[in-house]
Design a protein around this ligand. Structure first.
Ligand SMILES: *[C@@H]1O[C@H](CO)[C@@H](O)[C@H](O)[C@H]1NC(C)=O
Ligand SMILES: *[C@@H]1O[C@H](CO)[C@@H](O)[C@H](O)[C@H]1NC(C)=O
Length: 230
């Protein structure tokens, strides 16, 4: 770094570059520290499951968190469907079950377990969508709640097996379902990854001009060296 500081008018420019580089480095460190330590909570669910119409199926889930539980943790499990901010279909503390799933939902979980299973009985074709598990509990630092970002995508296949069906009809049904689910995912991503995109954009805005300046200065330095200015 020393020879760079010595060229004419270079001091202020170099100071700015160092400042910018430092800011960019801070953004980088802050981001990775966040995902490693501060965000050490989450919900695990399978990405995709399939079931047969009329039968039952299970969505396993487990969760983890970095906080110490309060004396009365009041752990709750809630389930939403369709999209990240979709309607609640199950509330373990009130026993609420969405009308669409009347007598068809069973949660196999008891406090303070950190894993369990949601069982859906008598599967309907309209059950084909995404399911998100949400956790609420009291810690020594206060109430905390978090939810699976991607959820579990359920594919319900028809129970008809003996009847021959045109393959094209089946294919189009599957394609439509896939598109719907992609839209739901998009929504979740837009809602949740906004912050990440912000950091990436900030990094690009910082780093690009810094790199351009560095290249420019290195080339200038080479020129000045050859003319004996250093
Ligand atoms: C779940 O049930 C509890 C107890 O009735 C209630 O206080 C809470 O608001 C419910 N949560 C949701 C998201 O409906
Ligand atoms: C609940 O889950 C436990 C462990 O996964 C299992 O042993 C038990 O049989 C389940 N109970 C019901 C009612 O499904």
């Amino acid at each position: 770094m020393t020879p760079l500081v010595s060229f004419p008018g270079g001091n202020r420019v170099m100071a700015w570059i160092l400042l910018l580089l430092q800011s960019a480095a801070c953004l980088q460190t802050g981001n990775s520290a966040g995902s490693n330590k501060l965000n050490a909570f989450g919900v695990n669910q399978p990405a995709r499951l399939s079931g047969v119409q009329g039968s039952s199926m299970e969505i396993p889930f487990s969760f983890y968190f970095p906080w110490e539980l309060a004396e009365d943790p009041q752990m709750r499990i809630l389930w939403r469907w369709k999209i990240f901010h979709g309607d609640y279909i199950y509330n373990s503390s009130s026993g609420f079950i969405h009308e669409h799933f009347k007598n068809r939902l069973i949660l196999n979980w008891t406090q303070p377990q950190t894993s369990g299973v949601l069982r859906i009985l008598d599967l309907k074709t309209k059950d084909q969508t995404t399911y998100f598990c949400k956790i609420m509990l009291n810690t020594r630092e206060g109430k905390k709640s978090w939810q699976s970002i991607a959820g579990t995508q359920l594919i319900i296949s028809s129970a008809i097996r003996t009847t021959m069906q045109s393959p094209s009809i089946i294919t189009s049904a599957v394609t439509t379902a896939a598109r719907e689910n992609t839209e739901n995912r998009w929504h979740s991503y837009l809602v949740n990854l906004g912050a990440t995109v912000g950091v990436v954009v900030a990094k690009a805005v910082f780093i690009t001009p810094v790199c351009v300046l560095m290249v420019f200065l290195w080339r200038s330095k080479g020129k000045w060296s050859r003319t004996g200015l250093t």
